[in-house]
Design a protein around this ligand. Structure first.
Ligand SMILES: Nc1nc2c(ncn2[C@@H]2O[C@H](COP(=O)(O)OP(=O)(O)O)[C@@H](O)[C@H]2O)c(=O)[nH]1
Ligand SMILES: [Mg+2]
Length: 268
């Protein structure tokens, strides 16, 4: 994970407050204990935390500019987050197939390397731009502004942002989206919402994907939902299979409702 993305610092947006476990070491930026740090060490730590805070506030300023732009142009934006392989790109491909006749759809893809996902999206006929983040593990709002301009995202359209696959850093970076949607697949384990709580706290919707594989894995759906609600009582939940299509219509209905609600309210 990158050392500049603000993981664990105070002052970042929508952070779950971690609960100390009996036998676990809880890492927080400011901690009290019996020994003292060398002066240079605490100065370095202070400088690092200050850099992280500066980075996040700069990102937040760009995110607010993006949000104002999206609002002015009637662009509804979702930020899809998950571990690698949970099914974000497959979900977007099927979403485009289902909804492309209703409104224009474009996609910004974030991966450390390759243009594979943008190519998969373009194969549907939708506009897509790939951002390669290199060693960075999340997308940032300034990059989104550049990508929107380059893509020529249409007014009154849906823009999906597929973030870099990991359940940690993208939670701290507002991109100006209307909602973060977290995709969790049943092969990843039902305790992920409580292990990676910041992400599930930041999201408004959790999609539990790959439900067709449920008979073959040890994944308790009720337990997963209980953990997600413990972290974020207002999170909405949809269980589906993207590849088999089971319950997929619930997702497309959610998207259309959220889009209508956002474009008819002062907040987009
Ligand atoms: N069985 C099953 N596989 C799925 C489902 N959704 C996606 N996959 C598969 O999961 C793998 C990773 O999907 P991808 O969309 O690339 O995940 P991403 O890394 O989150 O974008 C691919 O092999 C997909 O075919 C699903 O609902 N059921
Ligand atoms: Mg992908």
């Amino acid at each position: 994970m990158c050392g500049i993305c603000g993981c664990g610092e105070s002052g970042s947006p929508k952070k779950w407050v971690p609960v100390s476990q009996a036998n676990a070491l809880l890492l927080t930026p400011s901690h009290s204990h019996s020994h003292t740090h060398r002066v240079e060490e605490s100065d370095d730590q202070h400088r690092l935390i200050q850099m992280e805070v500066d980075l996040l506030s700069k990102n937040n300023a760009y995110a607010e500019k993006n949000r104002a732009y999206f609002k002015a142009h009637g662009i509804f934006v979702l930020n899809l987050v998950s571990s690698p392989g949970a099914g974000k790109t497959t979900l977007l491909v099927e979403t485009i197939k289902a909804l492309a006749s209703h409104f224009p759809i474009s996609v910004i893809e974030g991966d450390q390397q390759t243009e594979h996902d943008a190519q998969r999206i373009r194969a549907t006929g939708a506009r897509a731009l790939q951002i390669n983040t290199g060693r960075v593990c999340h997308l940032e709002a300034q990059g989104i502004a550049q990508a929107v301009a380059q893509l020529g995202v249409e007014d009154k359209s849906f823009l999906a942002i597929e973030n870099v696959g990991n359940l940690v850093c993208p939670s701290a970076f507002d991109l100006g989206e209307a909602h973060k949607v977290v995709v969790l697949s049943v092969t990843e384990g039902d305790d992920k919402p409580i292990k990676y709580a910041d992400m599930f706290y930041a999201a408004d919707l959790m999609i539990i994907n790959k439900m067709d594989l449920l008979p073959y894995v040890d994944f308790d759906v009720a337990r997963c939902i209980a953990f997600a609600k413990q972290v974020n009582p207002s999170i909405e939940i949809i269980t589906l299979s993207t590849t088999k299509g089971d319950n997929f219509a619930q997702w497309t209905a959610w998207l259309q409702n959220a889009m209508q609600a956002a474009t008819h309210s002062p907040e987009l």
